[in-house]
Design a protein around this ligand. Structure first.
Ligand SMILES: Cc1cc2nc3c(=O)[nH]c(=O)nc-3n(C[C@H](O)[C@H](O)[C@H](O)COP(=O)(O)OP(=O)(O)OC[C@H]3O[C@@H](n4cnc5c(N)ncnc54)[C@H](O)[C@@H]3O)c2cc1C
Length: 379
C-alpha cells in the first residue's frame, strides 16, 4: 500500500502533523496503542499562551498555544520549588494541566485522516508489520523517545532520563501550584513533581538519573520515598490513593541537528525536540508537528523542499532549546550534592528563576558556569 504520507507514531507530535496536513493529502497515522495517548506517560502541563509567547519569542504565530478550555483540567498560577532543606520558593508562572490523551484524540479526529491502531511497526525504508508493508512518499517519524525509525537508520542515541509517575487521588496541597522538589534522595540529577489536576487528583512523579544516584538506588524506591517518606512531599500526599503507575523516558539532550533525512522527517521526542532543563516536550512537539504537516503538504502539492522544515523549527525553537540545555548542563554540575543545589538557589533571585523557567539564561548564571571551578571550591 502506498500513501502520500505515513505518520509513524501518533502522540502529540504525530497528532499535530496529521491535523496540519492539507485536505488533499492521502495520509495514514499508525500507532501501537488502541486508544491514542493512553496510558498517559506525561505530567501534562503546558505553559499558558502568555507564557509561551515569552518562552518561544522567535515563533511567528503563537495561536497554536491558545489551548481550548475543554482540553484542560486545571490552571495553575504559581510554581513552587522545594529545596532539599524544605525551603520553598514561589515563582509566578502560569500553566495549564491538560487532558493530554483527549487532546490527541480530538486533534486526530479533526484531521479526518485514516488511522491504523493497535499495531506495532518496524522500519526498513518502509513501514513493516507482520506480513504487511506500507510505503509513504514521505515518512514522518513521530514514534517518540525510543524511535525504532531512528535506530534502524543508525542515527544513534541521545541522553534520556528515566521518569516514573503515579496518578493519585487525595492530594492535599494548593491546587493553583505546581510543585517541583529537588534533592538527591528523591530525584538524583532531576526533579520530582506534584501537578494538581483539580478535585484532589494529581500527577506525582520523579525523574531519576543513575549517574547521580546512590549505588543500588532505583527509581521505584525513589518515587515510594517521595510519596510516603520525604517530609515535604509526603505531608501533601498522606491520604493519597494511587490510581495508576507509569514508567517512561524523557529526552534531555539537544535536538537532532538535521531532522530531515531523505524522505523521513523526525518530529518531537524522536528528534529530542525538548526544553531539556525541565524535560518539557509538549509545546515543542505541537509546534514541530504543525510545521512538519504544513511543509510536507507543500512538498507534495507544490514541490517545496522538505529541508524547509529544518529551517523553520530551528528558527522558532533552537534558541530556547539551547538555553534550556545550557542550564541543564549547569544543573548537572550542581546536582552532585544537595549542598551545592542549595548554594545555586541562594545565588538566584525569584526574577532569575522566572527567567530560567522562560528559557532565558540570567547573566549571573552564565558567569556561574564560567566560574564554576570557584563555585565548586566554595561548595
Ligand atoms: C513521566 C513524564 C512526564 C512528562 N511531563 C511533561 C509535562 O508535564 N509537560 C511537557 O511538556 N512534557 C512532559 N514530558 C515530555 C512529553 O511527554 C514528551 O516530550 C511528548 O509527549 C513527546 O511527544 P511525541 O509525540 O514526540 O511522543 P509520544 O507522545 O511518546 O508519541 C509516540 C507515539 O508513537 C507510538 N509508537 C512508538 N513506537 C511505535 C511502534 N514501533 N509501533 C507503533 N507505534 C509506536 C507510541 O505508542 C506513541 O503513541 C513528560 C515525559 C514523561 C516521560
Amino acid at each position: 500500500v502506498e500513501y502520500d504520507v505515513v505518520v509513524a507514531g501518533v502522540g502529540v507530535a504525530g497528532a499535530f502533523v496529521l491535523n496540519n496536513l492539507a485536505k488533499e493529502i492521502e495520509a495514514v497515522g499508525i500507532d501501537r496503542r488502541e486508544r491514542l495517548g493512553y496510558p498517559v506517560e506525561c505530567g501534562e502541563i503546558i505553559p499558558t499562551y502568555k507564557e509561551m509567547k515569552s518562552l518561544l519569542p522567535d515563533v511567528d504565530d503563537h495561536s497554536l498555544f491558545r489551548i481550548p478550555e475543554r482540553f484542560a483540567v486545571n490552571r495553575t498560577t504559581n510554581l513552587q520549588f522545594v529545596l532539599p532543606n524544605g525551603r520553598a520558593i514561589d515563582v509566578d508562572f502560569e500553566m495549564l494541566v491538560l487532558k493530554r490523551d483527549e487532546m490527541i484524540q480530538e486533534i486526530v479526529r479533526e484531521s479526518g485522516k485514516k488511522l491504523i491502531l493497535g499495531r506495532r511497526f518496524d522500519y526498513r525504508q518502509k513501514i513493516l508489520f507482520d506480513g504487511e508493508e506500507i510505503y509513504g512518499k514521505v515518512i514522518v517519524a513521530s514514534d517518540g523517545v525510543n524511535s525504532v525509525i531512528r535506530r534502524r537508520m543508525g542515527l544513534g542515541h541521545f541522553e534520556i532520563s528515566p521518569a516514573k509517575q503515579f496518578v493519585v487521588d487525595g492530594f492535599e496541597g494548593d491546587e493553583d501550584t505546581v510543585y517541583m522538589f529537588v534533592g538527591k534522595r528523591i530525584s538524583p540529577g532531576g526533579y520530582a513533581w506534584i501537578i494538581p489536576k483539580g478535585n484532589g487528583m494529581a500527577n506525582v512523579g520523579v525523574g531519576f538519573r543513575h549517574k547521580f544516584a546512590e549505588k543500588g538506588d532505583t527509581i521505584h524506591r525513589a518515587i515510594e520515598r517521595f510519596v510516603r517518606e520525604w517530609r515535604y512531599s509526603s505531608e501533601l500526599l498522606k491520604n493519597a490513593v494511587i490510581l495508576e503507575k507509569i514508567s517512561s523516558f524523557v529526552p534531555i539532550d539537544l535536538p537532532m541537528k538535521k531532522a530531515v533525512r531523505g524522505n523521513v522527517l523526525f518530529v518531537g521526542d524522536s528528534a529530542s525536540m525538548v526544553i531539556s532543563h525541565v524535560g518539557a516536550g509538549i509545546p515543542t512537539s505541537m509546534l514541530a508537528g504543525k510545521i512538519a504537516g504544513e511543509i510536507v503538504s507543500k512538498h507534495i502539492l507544490e514541490g517545496e523542499s522538505l529541508e524547509r522544515y529544518d529551517l523553520l523549527w530551528r528558527r522558532f525553537m533552537i534558541r530556547a532549546m539551547e538555553n534550556g540545555y545550557f542550564i541543564k548542563r549547569l544543573w548537572d554540575r550542581m546536582a552532585e550534592s544537595d549542598e551545592r543545589i542549595s548554594r545555586l538557589f541562594r545565588l538566584l533571585s525569584k526574577n532569575d528563576m522566572g527567567e530560567i523557567l522562560r528559557c532565558k539564561v540570567p547573566f549571573k548564571v552564565r558567569l556561574a558556569k564560567l566560574f564554576f571551578p570557584i563555585v565548586k571550591m566554595l561548595a
